[in-house]
Design a protein around this ligand. Structure first.
Ligand SMILES: Nc1ncnc2c1ncn2[C@@H]1O[C@H](COP(=O)(O)OP(=O)(O)O)[C@@H](O)[C@H]1O
Ligand SMILES: [Mg+2]
Length: 257
């Protein structure tokens, strides 16, 4: 993917919790179409940065621009719907008795029309939309590698397959930017590979931009086109993975000697 235009621009972002300065004036640019890795020691402000970009927390100072729109102070809902910015498995539920395709279609419907009683569930427009959702569901089943189990009730899938289904559900509403906070935490090596492949495929095939927080540095360096390092609420480095692993400051603060 061409990764030049900024889809997200974070300017001078500050956030304190009482005496804790979680973010102390952070500037980051995320380019459209890239996978941007975000690393840093525990407590360096990574999750707070996501919180402030997705509307979960209000920043104390600074601005967040999404596709050039100033979304500072917008609600989570508005950022998700108007901004097409979603965060890890935000609002995804897997219905155990429904199969993969139906779960995905429902995830798409619920995002657009959260009320189950919506009148938009019927009529020709609804049928066209349903057809589109089914097409997208089929593509995502392929991306997540769930073809062999797509007709099974989700409750019969392994824990790993359910995670992949959740990931696919998150992509049903056609987000443009997705922020994943430690998507690999607590999952086994085989599944790590599958989640990585799904992220890569979604990035390549749909052009979805990802920002990924991950402690597994080997995996993150392979996945990311660019890596930003936070340290004590400040940006320590912003470079290619190759340069990051050789950056002495990063090695000292985070990667270990
Ligand atoms: N909701 C919150 N309330 C109070 N303190 C918080 C909250 N969220 C984060 N913090 C504090 O802000 C700092 C940064 O945390 P966080 O953004 O979670 O770091 P990271 O994700 O890099 O581990 C930490 O000192 C943490 O304890
Ligand atoms: Mg965190």
């Amino acid at each position: 993917m061409a990764a030049e235009q900024a889809i997200l621009r974070i300017e001078g972002l500050r956030k304190s919790y009482g005496a804790v300065a979680a973010l102390q004036g952070v500037d980051i640019e995320v380019r459209k179409g890239e996978v941007c890795g975000l690393i840093g020691p525990n407590g360096s402000g990574k999750s707070t940065l996501f919180d402030c970009c997705t509307g979960l927390q209000t920043s104390d100072a600074g601005r967040v621009l999404l596709k050039g729109m100033d979304i500072t102070g917008w609600s989570m809902n508005r950022i998700a719907r108007e901004g097409r910015l979603l965060r890890s498995f935000q609002k995804t539920v897997v219905f155990q008795s429904m199969n993969c395709e139906d779960n995905l279609v429902l995830a798409g419907q619920m995002f657009t029309f959260p009320s189950l009683l919506s009148t938009f569930w019927q009529g020709p427009a609804a049928r066209r939309r349903l057809k589109r959702l089914k097409e997208r569901a089929a593509e995502l089943i392929h991306i997540a590698g769930l073809e062999r189990v797509k007709h099974l009730p989700a409750g019969n899938l392994s824990g790993g397959q359910q995670k992949l289904l959740q990931f696919a559900s998150m992509l049903m509403p056609e987000p443009e930017l997705v922020m994943l906070d430690e998507p690999l935490a607590g999952i086994n090596p085989i599944l790590i590979e599958k989640v990585i492949q799904s992220i890569e495929a979604a990035n390549r095939q749909f052009g979805i931009t990802f920002v990924v927080i991950e402690h597994n540095t080997d995996v993150l360096m392979n996945l990311s086109h660019r890596v930003v390092v936070l340290h004590q609420g400040m940006k320590l480095a912003d470079d290619t993975p190759e340069a990051i692993v050789r950056n002495p400051q990063v090695v000292e603060a985070y990667l270990g000697g």
